[in-house]
Design a protein around this ligand. Sequence first.
Ligand code: MRU
Length: 358
Amino acid sequence: MRDRLLAAEKVKAIDWRDGTLYLLDQRALPLEEAWLACDSVAAVAEAIRAMAVRGASAIGISAAYGVVLAARARFAAGGDWIAALDADFELLETTRPTAVNLSWALRHMRERLERVREHADPLAALEVEALAIHESDREANLTMAQLGVELIRRYQGNPQALLTHCNTGALASGGFGTALGVIRGAWLEGMVERVYVDETRPWLQGSRLTAWELASEGVPVTLNADAAAAHIMKTKGLTWVVVGADRIAANGDVANKIGTYQLAVNAMHHGVRFMVVASSSTIDMSLATGEDIPLEERDARELLEVGGKPVGAAVEVFNPVFDVTPADLIDVIVTEKGIVERPDAAKMAQLLCRKRLH
Ligand code: MRU
């Protein structure tokens, strides 16, 4: 199956070329395929903050390249360039609070930095580390797609109707995608009759990005308002909800795009299985439960405006863009290290002791 998945890798959203980071600007999709060239850490930080690049894995990978750009500038300026990099790490770290892949990637870059102090070419060594982070995410995507597809094959007849939320595809990762990677893999294996895509208010990752990715591959896709999900579970013979994650706590609680929690509650009520797909870099063992995960709130204009035009009454707005799904609503978490069914603290700890499967 791996070869079929590799052959299907088409969309690429992050491209490191000749010392510049190119990002497919997700604010412009699907109307325009515009590339943003980032040649400084400030440009990368702004791209993450403004969501030109988004999705937990893609944010982490971009931040790693951001460190390479920062190091290049600090090194050229001379002096204690390694100490000066602290400010750049801080800048990147504070761009978005929820996806832990960001801190994970920065921690890896910092560890590498400590080891290259005396290196003949420290900038080249940092670049190698960023490329490795990118490549390992791509590999993890392929492994997770295979594991998730086997679960879909195991539990129900085929073909099946699936539902997903937000965007977890090639645009949100270093390769094939996490949850959308599983869905794309299942489609390639002939197991998918239709994919329902929540539009994912307020930023519309579903209608603008996921629908675009699936349609461009010929996957039968139906777009629905977020509020239609329970009705779809009741009436459309849905078998699985498949979503990604921005941070998974030590007990298996999952922070993901706002609306994921209500999907899990509804899935439990309707007997629809609930799968979370995320690489192990999304797991934060330092947080005992999801209660401790910082949840980003964004600008009121995301709710009060459409396409820059005011549409809502000018009242107080609450705009959390992530929520936490308790572990006991989750059937299975799929990572590149293996799967965890009915997650809990003991099973999550056991998972992290494992090596990668492939
Ligand atoms: O605000 P976003 O678009 O960055 O949120 C993205 C999600 O919630 C995804 O489900 C998650 O990051 C997993 S993508 C590999």
